[in-house]
Each structure stands twice: as structure tokens, then as C-alpha cells.
Design a protein around this ligand. Structure first.
Ligand SMILES: Cc1cc2nc3c(=O)[nH]c(=O)nc-3n(C[C@H](O)[C@H](O)[C@H](O)COP(=O)(O)O)c2cc1C
Length: 302
């Protein structure tokens, strides 16, 4: 009998559907026991978000200081593989997932255990996965695969539609394309569950080759540099905002509003400028870009 654990946290249910699609081929198999734990924050993050709380969660999210979750109860002490299904908040894993990975429970369960990460997000997940790798290393886990699905509309449309969805709860607004991951992409992750099933049925060991040549991830070259800049900015401003909050919550709010304006201006300038710079420098830095792409695509590969 193979024991599979899947841990997820979803607000709208989109990531839950992605996780369920992944495990569908593994259901009703006599040799497989599946356990799906959906994390619950002690105080729910309300959805749709209100404007200020949405942005005000970023300092603690990026500094990996999450709000506590209800301690989950697991049926087993150890699992043959653990799937961590997570969404991205401010270029970091969502707070409930971070809270779980920092817990003593996670350390026991994940120690020396193969882990697969399954990400469902707008489109920027590279820096979050770097944080995830560090959190998994701290648990002694062995990351063997990563599968990523991103929102269906292009970068500029989703820059509007994803925040609108988060702030209004509406996926489709006016003539804009629908926010969220395409239905066909949600169904597509079944391929990865099938592959896992095949490996178990053939009694092969689980290792980093599990999702090779399956287009498990796609690295957007354009976003590599903007994510690095964005992550650095979040880190510095997050630190500052946490310090401001220690002086007074209203001072933190004041600096936060200033940062939001700065952030929007930065996104509207840094992202296109870095894309133009990258295009101009492309012939000179192509080898470096290829190396970076290869690095971020690990362990699954593109
Ligand atoms: C507070 C917050 C911050 C987010 N930041 C990012 C981000 O940095 N990058 C990204 O690709 N998506 C981001 N998203 C979108 C989520 O990753 C995800 O696609 C969306 O929340 C739907 O997930 P759900 O299954 O929890 O409903 C953010 C969402 C929230 C609520």
C-alpha cells in the first residue's frame, strides 16, 4: 500500500480543483491510500479581499511570518510521497502553506520524504518556489517534482483581472478576459497523477526524473528579472512596514498606501523596461538566461 498525502490551501477553490485533478487518477486504486488535508487559518482570510487587508498582508507574507493555522490531524506518521499544492502571495508561498511548513508536524512528516509541489497562480512563481525550496530543506524533505499552472490571460490582462478577482470575487469583469487558470489546464494536471500511479504500479523508486519531458513547468524568460527586482523590493519595504507597525498601526497604513502607489508605478515601468533591456541584451546574455531558465525549471524541467 502506498500512502499519498496532499496538503493545500485555497480561497476560491481554484487550487483545490487543481489538486483534485492531479490526484484523480490515483483515486479508487486498491494499492493507494490518499489523504487530502486542506489547511485552515485560525482566523480566516476573508474572500473577496478588502483593499487594505489585501496589501497589508504582504510584509508578513514575504518575511515568512504567517498567521497561525489550525493544527491538521494526519492519519499516518509518514507518507510515500507528499504533494504540497500552493498558491503564490506576493512572490511567496501563501501564508497558511508557510505556517504549515514551519510547523513541527511538517518537519516530522516531511523529513526524508519525496515531495511534489503543485502551484496554481497568476504567473509569477519563481521566487516563491525558491522560498519553498528553503522551507522544504529546513524540513529535510526531498523535492522531486514541480508542476505549475498559471492564469489563462496574458501578463497585462491578468495584471488587472487577477487583482479584480481577488478584490471583487468576480472572475469576469466587462470585456476583459476571465481571470484564473483555464479549465483545460486544470484538467491537464491529471497527466502528472497518472505518471505517479504508473511509477507506483511499476514499483519504481520516486526521484527527480518523475516529470522530465512532460512540460510540467514553463519558465517565462521575461519575468525572471522582474521577479528578482520585485522580490527585493517586497523584502525591503516589508521590513520597513513591519518596523512602522511597531511604532503605530496607522503609521504602517500611511506608509503602506505610499508603497502601493510606488509599487504600481514600479510594475508599470520596471516590467516593460526590464523586458526591453533583456531583449536588447539577449544576444550577449543568452547563455546566462538559458542557465537561469534551466535552474528555475528544476527538478521537473520544461
Ligand atoms: C494576497 C495575494 C497575493 C497574490 N500574489 C500573487 C503573486 O505574487 N504572483 C502570482 O502569480 N499570483 C498571486 N496571487 C494569485 C494567487 O496565486 C492565486 O492565483 C489566487 O489567489 C487564486 O487562488 P485560490 O485557489 O487560493 O483561490 C495573489 C493572490 C493573493 C490573494
Amino acid at each position: 500500500m502506498k500512502n499519498i498525502l496532499i496538503v493545500s490551501y485555497s480561497q476560491t477553490g481554484q487550487l483545490t480543483r487543481l489538486a483534485e485533478s492531479f490526484i484523480r487518477p490515483l483515486q479508487n486504486q486498491t494499492n493507494i491510500s490518499l489523504e487530502h488535508i486542506q489547511l485552515k487559518p485560525q482566523q480566516a482570510f476573508p474572500f473577496p479581499w478588502r483593499f487594505t487587508p489585501f496589501f497589508n498582508t504582504f510584509p508578513e507574507t514575504v518575511h515568512l511570518q504567517p498567521q497561525p493555522i489550525e493544527p491538521p490531524s494526519f492519519k499516518q506518521a509518514k507518507y510515500d510521497v507528499v504533494i504540497i499544492a500552493y498558491t503564490i502571495w506576493f512572490l511567496s508561498p501563501s501564508q497558511p502553506i508557510t505556517a504549515f511548513l514551519q510547523s513541527q508536524q511538517a518537519k516530522k512528516i516531511l523529513q526524508d520524504t519525496p515531495v511534489i509541489t503543485l502551484i496554481g497562480c497568476r504567473n509569477m512563481w519563481l521566487q516563491a518556489q525558491e522560498k519553498m525550496k528553503k522551507l522544504l530543506t529546513d524540513c529535510g524533505a526531498n523535492l522531486i517534482g514541480n508542476v505549475v499552472k498559471v492564469d489563462q490571460s496574458n501578463d497585462w490582462a491578468s495584471f488587472i483581472t487577477t487583482p479584480l478577482w481577488m478584490l471583487t470575487g468576480k472572475k469576469k469583469v466587462g470585456n476583459l478576459p476571465s481571470a484564473g487558470i483555464a479549465e483545460s489546464e486544470i484538467q491537464d494536471v491529471q497527466r502528472f497523477g497518472e505518471k505517479l500511479l504508473q511509477i507506483f504500479n511499476e514499483n519504481r523508486p520516486l526521484d527527480h526524473t518523475i516529470f522530465r519531458n512532460m512540460q510540467a513547468v514553463k519558465i517565462d524568460e521575461k519575468l525572471m528579472m522582474s521577479e528578482k527586482v520585485g522580490s527585493r523590493s517586497f523584502h525591503l519595504w516589508g521590513k520597513l512596514l513591519i518596523k512602522c507597525g511597531q511604532i503605530s498601526p496607522s503609521f504602517r497604513k500611511f506608509v503602506l498606501y505610499f508603497y502601493i502607489v510606488f509599487l504600481v508605478a514600479m510594475i508599470l515601468t520596471v516590467v516593460p523596461i526590464s523586458a526591453v533591456i533583456k531583449r536588447l541584451l539577449k544576444p550577449l546574455i543568452q547563455n546566462k538566461l538559458d542557465e537561469q531558465k534551466k535552474y528555475y525549471a528544476q527538478p521537473s524541467g520544461e
